[in-house]
Design a protein. Structure first.
Length: 221
């Protein structure tokens, strides 16, 4: 069997706000973006919360709060999360990865996302948009969602035949780039494999946007 030629991506990463500003200002009129997030609590804080949640001598309101911390995950309420990366692709193989480990770069990236009039492509903006609204107290101006786009085109009652996860749709182009959930922590946000994962997410979203547009054009002519 011939080897599959998957798209090889190239990316640059930074946690410097000045560099981030220059990269953001250089973006074309259409770009794809994606967030990675992690629970904002340390392992020690989570373990302590579990003990409090199970301690009946502790007032109920404190136990309820502790339980919400003990059960927190990166897909839950933004209050319990922190954005670790914002990846932005300007082609199907080129991306910037912004490592959100300080306030200066967080402000730079979020301010850009809610102020630019460029077209932003996200996959499942219902998730990423919550993070933008929570942390920037505003919303992006010009957004397209490739998951909604794909869903309207597939439009099949059989959910198995209407899968619209990014990896389901773009696996033929980028291979299986998934990494285990335990990689998405604050401690690992500088790891090379996590940065590459974030970059592929954005590039795959850009590729999907072009693919869907081409599909529509070819089938409407």
């Amino acid at each position: 069997m011939d080897a599959v030629d998957y798209i090889e991506i190239s990316y640059e990463a930074t946690n410097d706000a000045t560099t981030a500003k220059a990269w953001l200002n250089s973006l074309p009129e259409v770009f794809a973006a994606d967030f990675e997030a992690a629970v904002r609590y340390t392992k020690e804080e989570i373990e302590a919360a579990k003990l409090i949640a199970e301690d009946t001598s502790v007032p109920k309101i404190e136990r309820v709060e502790a339980q919400s911390i003990a059960k927190a995950n990166a897909l839950g309420h933004p209050y319990h999360c922190t954005i670790t990366h914002c990846s932005i692709a300007y082609s199907e193989k080129d991306a910037y990865v912004f490592i959100i480990d300080n306030k200066a770069i967080a402000d730079e990236v979020l301010d850009f996302l809610v102020s630019t009039t460029r077209t932003q492509i996200w996959h499942n903006y219902s998730y990423d948009g919550r993070l933008i609204r929570y942390y920037a107290d505003n919303d992006a101006i010009n957004v397209e969602d490739t998951q909604i786009y794909a869903k309207t085109l597939i439009n099949h009652v059989d959910t198995f035949k209407a899968k619209t996860r990014l990896k389901d749709l773009m696996g033929d182009f980028y291979g299986d780039w998934a990494i285990s959930a335990d990689n998405f922590t604050i401690e690992q946000q500088h790891e090379e494999h996590v940065l590459k994962y974030a970059a592929i997410d954005a590039c795959a979203t850009f590729k999907l946007w072009e693919y869907l547009n081409n599909f529509v054009e070819e089938n409407n002519t």
